[in-house]
Write a protein that binds this ligand. Structure first.
Ligand code: IPM
Ligand code: MN
Length: 399
């Protein structure tokens, strides 16, 4: 820790910037401006290491990112920022998503087992329902975090294959299986869930509860979301949750099956504080959860492990909007905010924590002002107009 503190005062934070595909590149430009503005106006200093990557890069070069990129992210970067991965027709020879080596290779290869996805509704956001913009949920009733297990479950084979590719290893295929009553071609994805993998993500989620101020009803609570009435992996996950819950003090715990959870998430979001769930359930539930925030343009995330982390908007590359400068950059700016919080806690850097708070305030004030909003929030402002306006607000708080 001492070394880390000494380093901190001598050097800038080195941020690996992976713009990726489509609109990922446009929102990343706004994140880069934000980092530059913070460097210029505070004692924090960011150096940016830009790494081209993704499906479009694959179509151009035959590689998902330049050789050595994984190692740069692992060995050099203090933190990683990603725009979006995925492009139509960009598929590797083995059928895997081109660019998967980047997003999934980093998740598995760096042991980023907790995918942290806050669902927080800012005051003034209107939701697009039936094509109209309306205030559906109350801002003071939506403030939770879904912690998605990020290294195993239904994603395990692809994650493992992606990490091997990223590190120059061999291809991985799950073992052959036969299924009684099924003939001909059968494709299948194993869903392994381990004790160690469950313990670390459940512990992470518990720690997060202790650091937060509770759900909108003021209760500190951890909810285990699973399908333990059906799957063995979920039975193991829930039993580990229950073992640990018996030792926790000062927090409430409860369970929900994923199917019922999706209903309660929409109807009673105020019930939830931190939710912990397996990989694919978390993937699906957080897209639904983004609707409570005003859409995917508002959903930020962090992929966090014990030593490394990368931050990204939950949304994809949105090919139909790419190149038009119209998508919402707030999910990405809030991912920068999460990155600063992580760097701040990790390095005992109060300035990083303070600036993270300013980004959150700037976004809140920007939305409340309601003047410059992108199409998804009912406005017609451009990506760069919104980005610049929020960066200006952050600069105002710094000076
Ligand atoms: C996400 C994305 C990824 C996932 C894709 C791009 C592989 O949907 O981060 O939620 O499924 O995890
Ligand atoms: Mn997803």
């Amino acid at each position: 820790m001492y070394d880390r503190l000494v380093d901190r005062f001598m050097t800038a934070y080195l941020i690996a910037i992976l713009p990726g595909d489509g609109t990922g590149r446009e929102v990343m430009a706004e994140a880069q401006s934000l980092l530059d503005a913070i460097s210029a106006n505070s004692t924090l200093d960011f150096e940016q290491m830009v790494i081209p990557c993704g499906g479009q890069y694959y179509l151009e070069t035959g590689e998902e990112w330049p050789q050595g990129s994984f190692e740069k992210c692992r060995d050099e970067a203090d933190a990683i920022l990603l725009g979006a991965i995925g492009w139509p027709e960009a598929v590797c020879d083995n059928g895997d998503l081109a660019g998967g080596q980047v997003v999934l290779g980093l998740r598995a290869g760096l042991g980023l087992y907790a995918n942290v996805r806050p669902i927080k509704l800012y005051e003034g956001v209107r939701h697009k329902v039936h094509g109209e913009f309306q205030q559906v949920w109350a801002a003071d009733k939506v403030n939770m975090v879904i912690v998605r297990e990020n290294t195993e479950g239904l994603y395990h084979s692809l994650l493992h294959r992606s990490a091997l590719k990223a590190t120059g290893g061999t291809e991985y295929e799950p073992p052959e299986m036969s299924f009684p009553g099924m003939n001909g071609d059968v494709a299948w994805d194993p869903r392994p869930i381990s004790r160690a993998g469950s313990e670390r993500v459940i512990d992470f989620a518990h720690k997060l509860v202790t650091l937060r101020n509770g759900n909108p009803e003021g209760k500190k609570k951890l909810t285990c979301v699973d399908k333990s009435n059906v799957t063995r992996g979920c039975q193991l996950f829930r039993s580990i949750f229950d073992e640990k819950a018996a030792t926790w003090e000062n927090i409430e715990t409860d369970h929900a099956y994923i199917d019922a959870f999706t209903m309660w998430l929409v109807r009673n979001p105020e019930w939830f504080d931190v939710v912990v769930t397996s990989n694919m359930f978390g993937d699906i539930a957080t897209d639904l959860g983004s609707v409570l925030q005003g859409g995917m343009g508002m959903a930020a995330s962090g992929n966090i492990g014990d030593e490394h982390a990368f931050f990204e908007p939950v949304h994809g590359s949105s090919p139909k909007h790419a190149g038009k400068n119209v998508v919402n950059p707030i999910a990405t700016l809030n991912s920068v905010q999460m990155m600063l919080e992580w760097l701040g806690h990790r390095n005992h850097d109060d300035e990083a924590l303070r600036v993270a708070g300013y980004i959150d305030e700037a976004v809140a004030e920007h939305i409340l002002a309601g003047e410059l909003l992108t199409y998804d929030l009912g406005g017609s402002a451009s990506t760069s107009e919104v980005g610049e306006a929020i960066v200006e607000r952050v600069i105002g708080k710094l000076s």
